[in-house]
Design a binder for this molecule. Structure first.
Ligand code: MF3
Ligand code: CO
Ligand code: CO
Length: 363
């Protein structure tokens, strides 16, 4: 937890962050200032960490300590099957995360700071009875991740203003009534250049192609090759350092979903499994550079990166996206122009297909 430094009695406190944060803070600041950044994005100033004290909002085990307790199953192919009661709670959490993500996305425009987006996310999560899962998760300082341009993931909201043409991934996870719903989407501040359009379209299409593959009996390991083959043909690269994950009452658990060709024994898909697919696709190298803040991951060459994420449930006849778009969700150009699936993608079960047909035919 962030501890507020007490002011010593009457003595004028200097305003430099180093004196407020002590030796470790000064060292961190020096590292930040001398760090060899890969691209144009720099860390800004962060406002103090928020604390959720509303007793009506259920907090995850790490909210105070920063450390999640639940151990992963010892073997990578052991995957929890959710009960119908758990599934209904996850549907609610997914819906909340989606609503918050849509609100955050509508706020993206040149001039807004990622900190302002984070405040919106925080407030809108609480309004819906949700705890913003990133807040203090392994010490993460904010309520969502905002990853701009060359930032691959885990960007920390700060006072940096979005600029015309910036692409930003907003990653929202909400913990509602004991269960997490996790989703992310790309947004453009103003108008994208042609290279950004192509990156966003390709990332989206590779993701949808992998979502369409999900059904009982298939192997989790085969998701990766679908994504890698699709994006490699188009000149892009896929990140290996971060993966999708099982999710439920625990934020990150089995199965691990690798977004590159692999032969890991990560289990077989079965009804009742809930997990995310969240590929990170890059213009140049997919090699990661980690900032001294210990969170922000950028590409090593400063090339841009894009990502989408859904929380999914496997049914006997396909997959449902708990975090799918609603009738109120804005449609982005890559959804209109996709050659893999046009309109809002909601899943592959007959129910999800019917609902998508309904929604996509109105507009
Ligand atoms: N939402 C991210 C994911 O997709 C995790 C964020 S953890 C945080 O798994 F601590 F960085 F917020
Ligand atoms: Co996420
Ligand atoms: Co996730």
């Amino acid at each position: 937890m962030n501890k507020k430094k007490k002011k010593s009695g009457g003595k004028k406190a200097t305003r430099s962050s180093s004196s407020q944060k002590g030796f470790a803070g000064a060292l961190r600041e020096l590292q930040m200032n001398t760090f060899n950044y890969a691209g144009g994005v720099r860390p800004g100033q962060q406002s103090p960490q928020k604390i959720v004290d509303n007793p009506n909002i259920m907090k995850p085990d790490y909210a105070l300590s920063g450390m999640p307790n639940a151990p992963r199953p010892p073997l990578p192919w052991v995957i929890e099957v959710k009960t119908p009661e758990e599934i209904e709670k996850m549907r609610v959490a997914g819906r909340v995360a989606r609503e918050v993500l849509d609100i955050a996305g509508r706020a993206v425009k040149p001039g807004i700071t990622t900190e302002e987006i984070d405040c919106l996310v925080h407030e809108e999560s609480l309004k819906r009875g949700g705890y913003p899962s990133p807040l203090n998760y392994r010490g993460f300082p904010k309520s969502c991740c905002t990853s701009v341009n060359e930032v691959i993931c885990h960007g920390i909201p700060d006072d940096r203003k979005l600029k015309e043409g910036d692409i930003v991934n907003v990653d929202i996870t909400c913990y509602v009534n004991g269960y997490h719903g996790d989703c992310s989407e790309m947004f453009v501040a103003g108008e994208p250049d042609d290279k950004a359009r192509n990156l966003l379209q390709t990332t989206y299409d590779s993701w949808i192609k992998s979502l369409e593959f999900v059904k009982p009996g298939n192997h989790y390991r085969d998701i990766g090759a679908i994504i890698e083959d699709y994006i490699t043909e188009r000149g892009y690269t896929t990140v290996r350092n971060f993966c999708g994950h099982g999710i439920g009452s625990v934020f990150h658990t089995n199965p691990s979903i690798l977004h590159y060709r692999n032969s890991e024994p990560n289990g077989q898909m079965a009804p009742g499994h809930t997990f995310t697919i969240e590929p990170m696709i890059c213009e140049g190298t997919a090699k990661v550079l980690s900032w001294p803040d210990n969170w922000t991951a950028t590409t090593a060459d400063g090339g841009r990166s894009a990502q989408f994420e859904h929380t999914l449930l496997i049914h006997p006849d396909g997959v449902e996206a708990f975090t799918c778009k609603t009738e109120d969700s804005p449609l982005q150009f890559w959804e209109k122009e996709s050659k893999v699936f046009k309109g809002k993608w909601m899943g592959t079960t007959s129910k999800a297909r019917a609902r998508a047909n309904e929604l996509n035919s109105i507009s």
